[in-house]
Design a protein around this ligand. Structure first.
Ligand code: F6P
Length: 326
């Protein structure tokens, strides 16, 4: 195997708080191991276009606490084509890069896995997405911060809900996965939580609302994942209003505020540990896999497994939410 003298790092897919901390950790761990580092700007798009610059320990000063990603992120149609990937491969060779650390989610790792196969080029992944929907890690970078943002927002919404005896449908991110919704539901005391992984009928929501009303509950919050099987928050509110017009229902869509902001302490630590682990494992000859932390230990999961084996939401969390929302 060719010795690794220069590593490139990039961020791809939706930005997540803590991505900067992960880039910083990769850069510093590489330099610590006498390996040069370069940053690829705008993910795969930048790779195809050769938007690659040298980084050193000082390039990543004071980014640990910053949200977003200073390397920027983009979707790349070019990288989806074989010609685009071949172009990207040539750019990596031109810049003398021997291995790549990719920070992102399932789309990022799907691209990395294909690239590994096509060019036998060492790639290792770091899970960075607020969705927490990757197998091989208990938590992805950004999930904790996003959850805290959601909780903060729901707490504020609850003040109005309680003051005006209202019902709020709060829509959170999660096109295909309900981790944010499920965790936020428990932590914010939601009456119900609707996730893409589980169907919930309008009748059962109305029944739950009516039951709560009989027990003198005057206001309620229902958390809805944007990819909810039973519709988004707007659609649900419309259907509930049709069936039970006596509820003063409002909708709040939290949107991209969930992806922004300074990373939590948890995400900074997670990103720092994973960044160092990615570099160390690359230098030890690992490739085509993602670093994660499970049960407090660093683990490696092949990309192929990380992207296909979707995590299931802990049924215990759903059980607890049901018990506590009476
Ligand atoms: O980062 C993942 C995610 O938050 C999904 O839950 C959501 O559907 C998507 O990003 C939205 O991304 P975009 O910025 O493209 O709207």
């Amino acid at each position: 195997m060719k010795p690794i003298k220069k590593i490139a790092v990039f961020t791809s897919g939706g930005d997540a708080p803590g991505m900067n901390a992960a880039v910083r950790a990769v850069v510093r761990a590489a330099v610590y191991n006498d390996v040069q580092v370069a940053g690829i700007y705008r993910g795969y798009e930048g790779m195809v276009e050769g938007d690659i610059e040298e980084l050193d320990v000082r390039s990543v000063n004071h980014i640990l606490q910053r949200g977003g990603t200073f390397l920027k992120s983009a979707r790349s149609d070019a990288f989806r084509t074989k010609e685009g990937r071949a172009k990207g491969y040539q750019k990596l060779l031109q810049k003398g890069i021997d291995a790549v650390v990719a920070i992102g989610g399932d789309g990022t790792f799907t691209g990395a896995h294909i690239f590994n196969k096509e060019f036998d080029f060492p790639f290792i992944g770091i899970p960075g997405t607020i969705d927490n929907d990757l197998d091989g890690t208990d938590y992805t970078i950004g999930f904790d911060t996003a959850l805290n943002t959601v909780i903060d927002a729901v707490d504020k919404i609850r003040d109005t809900a309680a003051s005006h005896n209202r019902l709020f449908f709060v829509e959170v991110m999660g096109r295909d996965a309900g981790f944010i919704a499920a965790h936020a539901g428990v932590a914010s005391g939601a009456l119900a939580t609707l996730i893409p992984e589980r169907e919930t009928s309008i009748e059962s929501i109305v029944e739950k609302l009516d039951e709560a009303r009989r027990k003198n509950k005057t206001s309620s919050v229902i958390i809805v994942a944007e990819g909810g099987k039973s519709g988004d928050a707007t659609e649900l509110a419309r259907q509930v209003a049709e069936k039970a017009p006596y509820y003063d229902a409002k909708v709040t869509i939290l949107g991209h505020i969930q992806r922004g902001g300074s990373p939590s302490c948890f995400d900074r630590n997670l990103a720092s540990r994973l960044g160092v682990a990615a570099v160390e494992n690359l230098l030890n000859g690992e490739r085509d896999c993602m670093v994660g932390i499970m049960n407090h230990k660093i683990v490696l999961t092949p990309f192929a497994k990380a992207i296909t084996d979707k995590l299931t939401i802990d049924p215990e969390l759903i059980r607890i939410a049901d018990i506590l929302s009476i």
